[in-house]
Design a binder for this molecule. Structure first.
Ligand code: ADP
Ligand code: MG
Length: 337
């Protein structure tokens, strides 16, 4: 057999390997590696912990990302993971490694964004770490949240015949990234050029300033519905469907026509000569929620307009995307290599 490498394992294989070698010593560790957040049993409620690393040149490009937006986004993506457990974020820590390229104004701008997100989500910045970097800006945010024990939602709870739903609309953040990348290339060719993104404010905004859907967690709580499974859509719908499928040991059938997509997203796909299906299914960073519900909750969830049914759960562990032509395509593995 060939020797295992990081390449052969891929992102998810690597995480599985780390997980299989991690020993749990404490009985209050209710759930470790594998979901959107770790779950700690603190007696009356569960504490949720989620962390994300953002690297300049990998996750963001400072030629078109204002630092204030970056600060906001770094917080929002962690809030999104707490929301994916049906929890409420409470505290964050923010760690940064900065190079001598940055001045005080730049750091102030970044923290303006962090503080704006703290205000928007009602969370407290309670710590972090500061270091110098030799290779661009590094940001690490950890979010701590809380959820009632009877309300927690894992990736693993989806059951046969459940309804599959998504929040908001999909694909816009990815198309926003295409627009920003195009503007960057044109700017590099002609620095006098003014950006032409006026008609693309929606998709660009979705890329630069995503929101964690704590509003959905609130709405579901109001109507007394607890989803059977949930995950946030950070890596694209296809990838997240495969996660829920694997953890819940069920299959997903979703209908492309039912997926909420803004017109400007589809128009931008056409303009960039990109396949709309691939872009919508695999484009990441929308930070919407993929949720499954019991059939019996269907009437209740209709009262939340931001939730759209897109398919159903099957006993067979196979994942299908049905196109309007009736044609079916199998949803296959993704993730970085
Ligand atoms: P998400 O996209 O929701 O942030 P990830 O795919 O990054 O989730 O991570 C999936 C799970 O693997 C999470 O439980 C995360 O904490 C865990 N994980 C990722 N990288 C590591 C690592 N280097 N060591 C331990 N756990 C990790
Ligand atoms: Mg997640």
């Amino acid at each position: 057999m060939e020797k295992e490498t990081i390449e052969s394992l891929g992102e998810f294989g690597l995480i599985d390997r780390i997980k299989s070698n991690a020993v749990i010593f404490n009985t209050n560790t209710a759930l470790g590696i594998g979901d959107d957040a770790a779950v700690i049993d603190n007696g009356n409620t569960f504490t949720l912990i989620s962390t994300d690393l953002l690297l300049e040149g990998v996750h963001f490009d400072l030629t078109y990302t204002p630092l204030k937006h970056l600060g906001y986004k770094a917080v929002a993506v962690n809030v999104s993971d707490i929301a994916a457990m049906n929890g409420t974020p409470k505290q964050i820590t923010v760690s940064i490694a900065i190079s001598n390229r940055f001045d005080l104004e730049a750091i102030d701008e970044f923290y303006e964004g962090v503080n704006a997100a703290c205000e928007a989500y009602h969370i407290d910045l309670v710590g972090g770490d500061t270091a110098s970097s030799r290779s661009g800006l590094v940001i690490s945010v950890t979010a701590v949240g809380e959820v009632d024990k009877d309300k927690i939602v894992y990736r693993s709870g989806a059951g046969e015949n459940d309804i599959v739903c998504v929040t908001g609309d999909l694909g816009a953040a990815y198309m926003g990234l295409q627009v920003l990348e195009r503007e960057k290339q044109e700017f590099l060719g002609n620095p006098q050029m003014q950006p032409k993104i006026d008609d693309k404010t929606y998709v660009v905004g979705r890329q630069l300033k995503p929101e964690g859907r704590t509003d959905i967690v609130h709405d579901l709580n109001e109507i007394g519905v607890v989803p059977t499974s949930m995950i946030d859509i950070s890596d694209g719908l296809a990838s997240e469907i495969l996660h829920l499928s694997k953890h819940s040991q069920v299959g997903f059938t979703v209908f492309f026509d039912n997926i909420p997509i803004e017109n400007i997203t589809l128009e931008t796909c056409t303009e960039f000569n990109l396949n709309p299906i691939a872009s919508i299914i695999s484009g990441g960073e929308d930070y919407e929620l993929l949720i499954t519900f019991k059939q019996s909750d269907f009437e209740k969830i209709k009262s939340i307009p931001e939730i759209t049914p897109i398919g159903f759960v099957t006993k067979e562990i196979e994942n299908w995307l049905v196109l309007n032509s009736g044609e079916k395509t199998k949803i296959v593995a993704q993730g970085w290599k």
